[in-house]
Design a protein around this ligand. Structure first.
Ligand code: DX5
Ligand code: ZN
Length: 220
């Protein structure tokens, strides 16, 4: 039975009580903390960056799952890893060529973190196939990146099924599959059936007084 990892996205947390909110998800059984970096250029929203990551990265025992929705990931990758990223996931669409994608993956590994590659909803899943022998994780977006609280896009599940089939056919079993956007107790079930390993959830988790139960529902 595959172990499901829950990665609450702090984009939906209460930033005036960030430490307390992180403790709530840690006590609630989350394994990872999903940290959404937005630059207002690659995506039409601005969230937070290295200083915030640095201030929280070592205040908990969760894996720091940093999702950079930014242009020029090659330039910023080292700083996010230095600030505490354990996984650093960048966007395929932020790179101009496959060779640039490979360069970012290699740089992340050289800096001592695990490399994730993310694709937006309109990017065919086949685009990530060349990188499956290099990355540690593929993040399939189930919303258009940029905001929390959006509606789940069910077509993301067929991308995950195709990716899973391709990986099984080619005996690739070390790459995690993460899904991100609109995940709640219902959509989590279809995502797990499709084969994901990591569930990112923001608005379903934060801002509620039954965080532990919500995390357990995602894992059930
Ligand atoms: C969107 C981010 C997601 C988002 C998830 O661009 O990458 O991680 O915060 O939020 P919910 O779970 O509310 O869709
Ligand atoms: Zn994210």
């Amino acid at each position: 039975m595959r172990k499901i990892i829950v990665a609450p996205s702090i984009l939906s947390a209460d930033f005036s009580h960030l430490g307390e909110d992180i403790k709530k998800i840690e006590d609630g059984g989350a394994e990872w903390l999903h940290f959404d970096v937005m630059d207002g250029h690659f995506v039409p929203n601005i969230s937070f960056g290295q200083p915030v990551l640095k201030s929280i990265a070592h205040t908990h025992k969760l894996i720091n799952d940093v999702h950079i929705m930014i242009s020029d990931p090659y330039k910023y990758a080292p700083e996010f890893i230095k600030a505490g990223a354990d996984y650093l996931t960048f966007h395929y669409e932020a790179c101009k060529s496959d060779s640039e994608v490979f360069k970012v993956i290699d740089l992340i590994h050289e800096c001592g973190a695990k490399a994730g590659l993310s694709v937006k909803p309109n990017t065919p899943i086949e685009k990530v196939y060349p990188f499956l022998y290099s990355v540690d994780m593929i993040l399939v977006m189930s919303v258009e990146p940029g905001f929390g609280g959006q509606k789940f896009m069910p077509e993301s599940c067929s991308k995950i099924i195709r990716l899973k089939n391709y990986m099984e056919t080619n005996k690739i079993d070390k790459v995690l599959i993460e899904i991100d956007g609109g995940i709640n107790d219902e959509t989590a079930q279809v995502a797990k059936l499709a084969g994901v390993d990591v569930l990112v959830a923001g608005s379903y988790i934060f801002g509620h007084d039954d965080i532990k139960e919500r995390i357990e529902k995602l894992k059930a």
